[in-house]
Structures are given as structure tokens and as C-alpha cells.
Design a protein around this ligand. Structure first.
Ligand SMILES: CC(C)(COP(=O)(O)OP(=O)(O)OC[C@H]1O[C@@H](n2cnc3c(N)ncnc32)[C@H](O)[C@@H]1OP(=O)(O)O)[C@@H](O)C(=O)NCCC(=O)NCCS
Length: 198
């Protein structure tokens, strides 16, 4: 009985936290423009359209051991995916890569947005797609007047780390996890980016 009540309370608290995150993000992303469309090596890069959301969720699940976007992120990206998620589509329009963003607590005040996850389908890797997605996001958020992009990368995720460094992220903090692997907090400064991002 006590356990059931504990679980119910946990669920209520979790829904409360989700509501707070959603409200914070709805407020912070007002006025953000849509991500401009570009081409990269035969892939179309642009903002997430509503119709892309199911395909993006499928790719997310396939890259994160079946885990889905949390409900508040689904609502946020349904409403503001065009400004908060960069997507790579192949020639047939299939979503083969994406990077998703949101404002963490405190981030909006500092004009720093957080890169929550980047993923590229296995058959499209090692051709610079993730690095390019990160460049596109940097240019987009710099143009919107933000000061930085934060990210957390495990040191043993070599592909993620290399694409972050190649797109201008620097390490700002290190934290050893309980499994012995270090998580790096990284920051992409956006001031003065206009001329130097390709
Ligand atoms: C991380 C990920 C998005 C990178 O996508 P990608 O499009 O292949 O990345 P890029 O081609 O832009 O760059 C990858 C870099 O890592 C290097 N790399 C890839 N695998 C590597 C490996 N096993 N060992 C060493 N270097 C490796 C590539 O050579 C390239 O470096 P370079 O540009 O200096 O040559 C992709 O691997 C992925 O989706 N992984 C699963 C999800 C994930 O871990 N996301 C990150 C969570 S923070």
C-alpha cells in the first residue's frame, strides 16, 4: 500500500517537473525563427516538420535502446520542432539524422540552449553529417541571438566527441560517472559566429 502510494506520488512529481520544463521552453523559444534549409552531400538539412515527428521518434528509439521522447518533448517539438530540431533527410525524404535542443533550467536566462541528443542512422555515418548538423545549429542559434550551446558527451563516445570538437565545442567541465567513464560538459560559444561558420 505504502509502495503504491509512493509510486503514485513519484508519477505526480514527474508530471509536475515535465509541466515546468514545457512551460519554461514554450516561454523561452518564443520568437525563435525556423531553421533555414540547406543541402549537404545530397542530404536536405532543415527544421523538423510536424509530419517528421514519428520518423524522428523511430530513429531516436532505435539509437537509444528503445527509449522514446518524453511526453513534454513530444508536445514541444510538435509545436516548435522547426526551430528546435535540425533534421537531415535523404533524397527520398527519409529522416536519417537529427539533433534536438531545449532550454535547461537557468539556460534561458543565460541565452544558452542545450543540445539534448544527436543521432545519425548507421548507414549514413562517417560522412560528416553530425558535424554539419552541429554547424547548422550553431549558425541558427547565433542568428537568433543566443550566446551558447551546451552539451554533455561521454568521453568514450568518440564519434560524438570528435564531431563536437570539429564544430567548435570546447570542454568546460569533467565529471567521473559511477561506471568510471567521464562525462564532458561542452560549450559552443556563439558570439561572433556569423563570418566563421561554414
Ligand atoms: C555520434 C554520431 C551522431 C556521429 O554521427 P556521424 O555523422 O557519423 O559523425 P561525423 O561523420 O560528423 O563525425 C564522426 C567523427 O568521429 C570519427 N569516428 C567515428 N567512429 C569512430 C571510432 N569508433 N573511433 C574513432 N573515431 C571515430 C569519424 O572519423 C569522424 O571524425 P573526423 O571527422 O575527424 O574524421 C553517430 O555516431 C550516432 O548517431 N551515434 C549514436 C547516438 C549517439 O551516441 N549520439 C550522441 C549522444 S551525445
Amino acid at each position: 500500500m505504502k509502495q503504491t502510494r509512493g509510486r503514485a506520488l513519484d508519477r505526480v512529481l514527474q508530471h509536475g517537473r515535465w509541466a515546468v520544463s514545457l512551460l519554461r521552453n514554450l516561454h523561452a523559444c518564443r520568437g525563435l525563427p525556423a531553421i533555414a534549409s540547406t543541402d549537404y552531400r545530397g542530404y536536405r538539412i532543415g527544421g523538423l516538420e510536424r509530419a517528421d515527428l514519428p520518423a524522428m521518434r523511430r530513429l531516436h528509439r532505435s539509437l537509444r535502446n528503445g527509449s522514446d521522447l518524453t511526453p513534454w518533448r513530444r508536445i514541444l517539438y510538435r509545436l516548435h520542432g522547426r526551430s528546435l530540431v535540425t533534421v537531415a533527410r535523404d533524397k527520398s525524404g527519409n529522416v536519417v539524422g537529427f539533433e534536438m535542443f531545449f532550454f535547461e533550467k537557468g539556460g534561458a536566462r543565460k541565452s544558452v540552449i542545450h543540445a539534448a541528443f544527436i543521432g545519425v542512422a548507421p548507414h549514413c555515418r562517417n560522412m560528416g553529417l553530425a558535424t554539419h548538423l552541429r554547424h547548422v545549429a550553431a549558425r541558427h542559434f547565433a542568428g537568433a541571438g543566443l550566446r551558447g550551446i551546451s552539451s554533455r558527451v561521454r568521453e568514450d563516445n568518440v564519434a560524438s566527441l570528435r564531431s563536437a570538437i570539429a564544430s567548435g565545442f570546447v570542454i568546460s567541465r569533467r565529471r567521473m560517472e559511477s561506471d568510471g567513464v567521464t562525462t564532458l560538459t561542452m560549450l559552443r560559444h556563439l558570439e561572433g559566429i556569423g563570418e566563421c561558420v561554414s
